[in-house]
Design a protein around this ligand. Structure first.
Ligand code: KG4
Ligand code: ZN
Length: 337
């Protein structure tokens, strides 16, 4: 079964053709990051306009690279939630138009389910059940993946997402948006024991996360130094901050793995590209004999291949939509369409 997938939930316009949920025939991504960098973050209005301009070309390219035409497809999958509403609407309406004109089923896909599904592409042997840590710019979730379309959130952030904390700390250190990857690179050259930073936890909710206190601690250090005209060692501060974030993620992941009895751990989302997170997870899983699956770097961030992968499994359980499909800015992963 061949699915054309479309993704436009944030600042990447993407289209892909995916076969049977696991084989990527093409994947095209048009990033808007350079334009949003001017403003230090994604400007929703600009994002929607750029999606409108790019979506037809990106889709045509994806079809050409896969060597297929619309009438050789079996369905159109599209990210419909969660994300920036104006951005999502561009993808949803474009997908509706294509589905209507080609007489194909329309498959709505939850963005976080799609991030998880990026692992089905890189790990053909991976099948549920497993525990998944989804760490992106907007979300930090611990998810009990019982089946491809049966997912339960067992923990989540109470405030900032991990990626958001990385980006805000990086911005305070003068790095361009999105700063997570820059902070990660600079941290590789720093000493992670230089600064002692808080490791916030949420009382009574052992799998929940909180990153705002940690982020504020770093921002305060930077402001105080600036007021005294002192220079902080940015590499050391980056390394200490990155270690604190990763410590908090690992603490809850290990606890949840032990409590749920899962033996397979999966990570997904933009922050799953973080070098320290990947290294530490590899060490911890090896020690405990847990299987670990991580997306390849090209599948960590937003892309449409992952939407095509999840779309296939949604289609198998007949989760298709009519022409009245709407986009949703917020939507729980377990309460999907
Ligand atoms: O999944 P994604 O592309 O978009 C959302 O759905 O949010 O995630 C983007 C997030 C950004 O916050 C970005 O800074 C972060 O992932 N990120 C990283 C790294 N690469 C991307 N954070 C830490 N270390 C990295 N290497
Ligand atoms: Zn994402």
């Amino acid at each position: 079964m061949r699915i054309l997938a479309i993704e436009s939930s944030c600042d990447e316009t993407a289209a892909a053709v995916v076969e049977n949920g696991r084989t990527v025939l093409s994947s095209v991504i048009a990033s808007q990051i350079e334009e949003h960098q001017l403003y230090g973050g994604v400007v929703p209005e600009i994002a929607s306009r750029r999606h409108s301009e790019a979506i037809a070309g990106v889709t045509r390219q994806a079809l050409e690279q896969a060597g297929v035409t619309l009438n050789q497809l079996d369905g159109i999958a599209v990210t419909y939630a969660p994300g920036l509403i104006g951005a999502l609407l561009v993808g949803v309406n474009f997908a509706k138009g294509l589905a209507l004109s080609a007489g194909l089923p329309l498959i709505p896909v939850h963005h976080l389910r799609a991030h998880i599904a990026s692992n089905y592409i890189v790990s053909p042997e991976l099948t549920p059940a497993f525990l998944c840590l989804v760490v992106s710019g907007g979300h930090t979730h611990l998810i009990d993946v019982k089946d491809y379309t049966d997912l339960r959130v067992i923990g989540q952030t109470r405030d900032d997402a991990a990626g958001e904390a990385f980006d805000k700390a990086a911005r305070a250190m003068g790095m361009p948006y999105p700063g997570g990857v820059h902070l990660d690179q600079i941290a590789e050259t720093g000493n992670e024991d230089t600064f002692t930073l808080p490791h916030p936890s949420v009382q009574g909710a052992p799998y929940d996360f909180s990153f705002s206190g940690l982020k504020t601690a770093v921002i305060n250090l930077i402001h105080n130094a600036r007021q005294k005209d002192e220079q902080l060692p940015i590499a050391d501060l980056s390394a200490s901050f990155r270690k604190a974030v990763v410590d908090c993620l690992l603490r809850n992941v290990i606890r949840a793995m032990e409590d749920t009895g899962h033996e397979t751990l999966v990570i997904a989302g933009g922050v799953s590209a973080n070098s320290l997170l990947r290294r530490r997870l590899q060490q911890e899983c090896r020690k405990r004999n847990w299987k670990l699956h991580m997306p390849s770097f090209d599948l960590c961030g937003d892309n449409a291949a992952m939407v095509g992968a999840q779309g296939y499994y949604e289609f198998l359980v007949e989760k298709t939509a009519g022409m009245d499909l709407n986009a949703c800015a917020a939507m729980p992963i377990d309460d999907h369409f």
